[in-house]
Design a protein around this ligand. Structure first.
Ligand SMILES: C[S@@+](CC[C@H](N)C(=O)[O-])C[C@H]1O[C@@H](n2cnc3c(N)ncnc32)[C@H](O)[C@@H]1O
Length: 261
């Protein structure tokens, strides 16, 4: 029997982003080599409305979650930082605001449409815009004091490879922070959240963002991502120390922290 190259799949226990040459793209299982192109298609399609849609879909909550990440980072003037899967540079701008522009920040993203949108929105903001893959960062070892990734790692094909890269580019003593959608911990809220994610979100994505499929993918990719504890284990397996996490909005999102020692 010939195996279908694209299958429908929902495996909430899947902790690896990839197995037997296949990986998940939302609830679909696709050949590993196809995922990056499919993810690229999603972000090409939404780049010019990405920031607006973030506000609409999260009811502005993503701003609080990103502020919580910057609070936990406690950036100091002179910080050398990379924000991976940094998209339009939202995290980078927030960190720069916090230190009055006194930080050296690189935004790295695989998608040039997202980087161009960021450049267009923030002319003159001192950010280095870098095209690159989280799994193979175009940066030397031990380059940064801090590495952040917000709502990016679940789109990466090999999460373990991206985590190892994070560690590689951090200096000893460097800080890893990841903001990602996670598992809701409040009974009852999970049912409401499912309704919202699978019914309302694709509808809003269609009406406001002009792309239903991209927001269906968003909902599905969130459910496929490992929960707080499992993801903390993956970060530790990549060699980080003192791995902890803080839930945001009852686990709708979580921020994970680790240190390279
Ligand atoms: C949901 S957006 C998040 C953007 C930004 N961090 C934010 O919080 O607003 C996800 C980003 O991940 C990027 N991305 C996906 N796969 C990537 C990879 N392998 N390496 C680097 N960036 C990637 C996408 O191009 C997209 O810009």
């Amino acid at each position: 029997m010939v195996q279908s190259r694209t299958k429908l799949l929902y495996d909430p226990d899947m902790t690896s982003s990839s197995h037997f040459g296949f990986t998940h793209f939302g609830f679909r299982e696709v050949p590993e080599g196809d995922k990056q192109r499919l993810v690229g298609g999603v972000f090409d399609a939404v780049a010019n409305r990405y920031d607006l849609m973030n506000d609409v879909l999260s009811g502005g909550m993503h701003r609080l979650w990103k502020a919580a990440l910057v609070d936990w980072l406690r950036p100091r003037p002179g910080l050398q930082m990379i924000d991976v899967a940094g998209g339009t540079g939202d995290i980078a701008s927030r960190v720069l605001d916090r230190v009055n522009g006194q930080a050296d920040i690189t935004v790295c993203d695989i998608n040039v449409s997202m980087l161009n949108e960021g450049r267009r929105r923030a002319p003159g903001v001192p950010i280095h815009w870098l095209a690159g893959d989280a799994e193979r960062l175009p940066c030397p070892d031990c380059s940064f004091d801090a590495y952040s990734i917000a709502f990016g790692i679940r789109n990466v094909t090999h999460i373990d490879a991206a985590l190892r890269e994070a560690r590689r580019v951090l200096k000893p003593g460097g800080r890893f922070l990841c903001l990602e959608f996670s598992a809701v911990i409040l009974p009852g809220l999970d049912t409401l959240y499912d309704l919202y994610s699978f019914k309302l979100m694709p509808l809003l994505g269609d009406v406001i963002g002009g792309n239903r499929d991209a927001y269906q993918y968003l909902a599905e990719s969130i459910r496929q991502f490992p929960d707080q504890q499992k993801f903390a284990g993956m970060i530790a397996d990549a060699g980080f120390s003192q791995v902890t996490f803080r839930n945001q909005s009852a686990g709708i999102a979580a921020i994970h922290s680790g240190w390279r020692i």
